[in-house]
Write a protein that binds this ligand. Structure first.
Ligand code: ADP
Ligand code: MG
Length: 388
């Protein structure tokens, strides 16, 4: 949909024009999976697709929420902005963000009519939820003049996801949506939130996202289980060497203390995290040195660890990754995002792309009975105002 079409859709929904339009992107994580809530490194980039928010003030003392993607409409009094809606209502994502402003002492004294539209496939691991949270945080920050920086907007989005969606996610998705930069990936230390924007200039290579369209998805239960298993590993390791986060341990440190993890599942989860943090550091170094082959190999190793130790891949993501690995000209391929369903990300040489689409698509359908979708990723900017 074009901006003009969105403006018309707003007029149809609210019988007036939008006064302000904002956008915030989805993201694809190149490497560093399930490391964010363990204080480790991640390496995501913002996509050129994401979520648009159009809004205008009203005279109703209410915030009205509509989405062109979902029919349900929500209308909330200004006195009702701090309580989550029941039944997994989609409006909890923006509502939870507004609640965070209120929690920080900001008063909302004016009603608004808000319309969202997103072109990130929802539930596909490209973080449509973070795009929606961050676009809301960015919009209210601008309109209320609260002056929060982008990192704070990311934290507001994350807190919304924790408190209103019940997913105990790390900071990666919201951070990427808030801080992304065109043609750059974000090398983020999730413990300190220090980050570098690393240019991603891949000569003759594309970042290809493949969507499983799997009915399985990472629910809050499976996600929160992983968070708890990592906490258990931290607790057990701390009996022999006090640590705050798994990511503090280098591979060699881990080998000295891993015997302390008596829970077999927690042990494997911890092994993934420690290995993945190292792979992420190595991958960023490889990219900076122009060694894209090594970057690709580390991506593939990341998938294997997520499959065997972290157990968040499942048959569909495995089928896509395994099919990709067989194609000549694929440098690496891995699941991206939380896992189970969702997408893989692959580095594919330009000349191999037609074969990739055909072969991976066919093998995936043969193995799973499902049809995959493919997108060539364009790395875009983080949250911004759209000139109306
Ligand atoms: P992901 O973040 O990987 O896309 P999630 O399950 O975390 O998947 O978030 C998807 C949910 O976010 C949707 O089910 C819906 O509730 C909400 N959402 C995202 N984008 C929109 C949108 N444009 N309109 C309405 N709800 C949306
Ligand atoms: Mg999400």
């Amino acid at each position: 949909m074009t901006i003009e079409q969105l403006k018309s859709a707003y007029e149809v929904a609210y019988q007036k024009s939008a006064t302000d339009i904002f956008f915030s992107p989805g993201r694809v994580n190149l490497i560093g999976e399930h490391t964010d809530y363990n204080g480790g490194f991640v390496f995501p980039c913002a996509l050129s697709f994401g979520t648009y928010l159009l809004m205008a003030p009203n005279n109703e003392q209410k915030i009205n929420f509509r989405s062109l993607n979902i029919d349900a409409v929500y209308s909330l009094e200004l006195t009702q902005l701090t309580t989550p809606l029941p039944n997994k209502a989609w409006a909890n994502y923006p509502l939870g963000v507004i609640a965070q402003f209120i929690k920080r002492g900001v008063s909302i004294t004016q009603g608004y009519d808000i319309l969202f539209w997103g072109n990130v496939p929802a539930g596909a691991g490209l973080s449509s939820s973070a795009a929606m949270e961050v676009v809301t945080a960015f919009a209210f920050n601008e309109l209320l003049g609260t002056g929060y920086d982008r990192t704070e907007l990311a934290k507001i989005g994350q807190a919304s996801e924790h408190e209103f969606a019940g997913v105990m996610c790390g900071i990666m998705d919201q951070f990427a949506s808030a801080q992304g930069k065109k043609d750059h990936a974000i090398y983020l230390n999730c413990d300190t939130l220090a980050f570098d924007l690393v240019p991603v200039k891949l000569e003759g290579i594309k970042v290809v996202i493949s969507n499983t369209h799997s009915p399985h998805h990472l629910d809050s239960g499976a996600y929160n289980d992983r968070v708890r298993q990592c906490q258990l590993a931290v607790q057990q390791i701390s009996a022999v060497r006090p640590i705050k986060n798994l990511a503090e341990l280098l591979q060699a440190d881990f080998e000295q203390v891993e015997h302390a993890i008596t829970d077999e599942v927690a042990h494997r989860r911890a092994r993934h995290v420690v290995g993945e943090v190292q792979r992420t550091k190595d991958a960023v170094e490889a990219l900076q040195q122009g060694n894209i082959e090594l970057f690709g190999k580390l991506m593939t190793q990341s998938h294997i660890s997520l499959r065997d130790d972290y157990e968040v891949t499942g048959p569909e993501l495995d089928a896509l990754a395994e099919a990709a690995w067989k194609v000549e000209g694929v440098l690496g391929s891995r699941m991206t995002g939380g896992g189970f369903g969702g997408c893989t990300v692959s580095l594919v040489r330009d000349e191999a792309i037609p074969t990739f689409l055909e072969q991976v698509g066919a093998e995936y359908t043969e193995k799973t009975g499902l049809k995959a979708d493919f997108y060539i990723a364009e790395i875009g900017d983080g949250a911004h105002r759209v000139n109306a």
